[in-house]
Design a protein around this ligand. Structure first.
Ligand code: SAM
Length: 241
């Protein structure tokens, strides 16, 4: 795993964070050291796929990056009949994900699509995974995307929604941001790296509160939407149609 040192040296200008080739090349290390609970969320995605996948249906992995969730679900669904559609709008991510899949021995059908997840058609899905990606979609487009996902799911199908979250309570907000920074420091990031990355990402990542997410999911029509995992300001919800 190539170590993430993108923000390790002082930068003259801090440009908005992008999922370009520089980020894609260090992404497994970056996400593991930056997102508390990431490996639990990925492993549980496989457990949920095993439970909720229904024969001849599709699973969508929206904002698939290098396909961590996709590869885990594929392994869990060995011998089943259906397909995974893994979507990302970053050419570097899709290219690298395809190379990783080429080394994977699982046989569950998988198709990559390079597209904006707000423009794709979703149909015949038993499960949709939206891991740490809704936060990059402009807030005004989020309800439309969740509505499209709901409509494309089979009855009883699920959406796994994992996000960085915000808090209405100012004390909780600063406490969890602080704890997240301690997590990053414990994982070897310097103060400079943490602060430069924060400047780069703050303009492009808009976190919302759990009540905002739940309200949107219920408005779309989901019969339930519950937090199944949270560590500091990172949470994952399970919404059932
Ligand atoms: C934080 S990463 C997601 C991590 C990934 N789901 C995982 O579990 O490893 C966000 C991904 O969403 C992609 N992305 C952001 N906005 C997108 C959009 N509008 N359409 C498609 N992909 C998008 C980025 O290219 C990036 O690969």
């Amino acid at each position: 795993m190539k170590p993430d040192a993108i923000y390790a040296s002082p930068l003259d200008e801090i440009v908005d964070f992008q999922f370009d080739d520089k980020v894609a090349s260090v992404f497994p290390d970056m996400i593991k050291r930056s997102v508390p609970g990431y490996s639990t969320v990925i492993a549980t995605t496989g457990v949920l796929a095993k439970r909720y996948f229904s024969r001849d249906s599709r699973i969508y992995d929206l904002g698939c990056s290098l396909g961590a969730a996709t590869l885990t679900m594929r392994k869990a669904l060995q011998g089943e009949q259906g397909e995974i559609i893994a979507v990302d709008n970053s050419a570097s991510m899709i290219e690298r994900a395809k190379a990783l899949v080429a080394q994977d021995s699982a046989d569950f059908p998988l198709h990559f699509q390079r597209a904006d997840i707000c423009d794709i058609e979703i149909k015949n899905a038993s499960m949709v995974v939206l891991n740490y990606t809704l936060q990059f979609i402009p807030p005004a487009q989020r309800q439309g995307l969740i509505d499209t996902i709901f409509q494309g799911l089979r009855p009883g199908g699920i959406l796994v929604l994992s996000e960085k979250i915000a808090f209405d309570d100012a004390h909780k907000q600063s406490l969890f941001i602080d704890l997240h920074h301690s997590f990053k420091k414990a994982n070897g990031y310097s103060e400079l790296e943490i602060s430069q990355k924060r400047q780069a990402i703050d303009n492009v990542l808009t976190p919302e509160t759990i009540p905002q997410h739940r309200q949107r999911l219920i408005q779309a029509g989901f019969s339930s939407a519950d937090v199944w995992f949270q560590c500091f300001n990172f949470a994952s919800l399970l919404a059932v149609k």
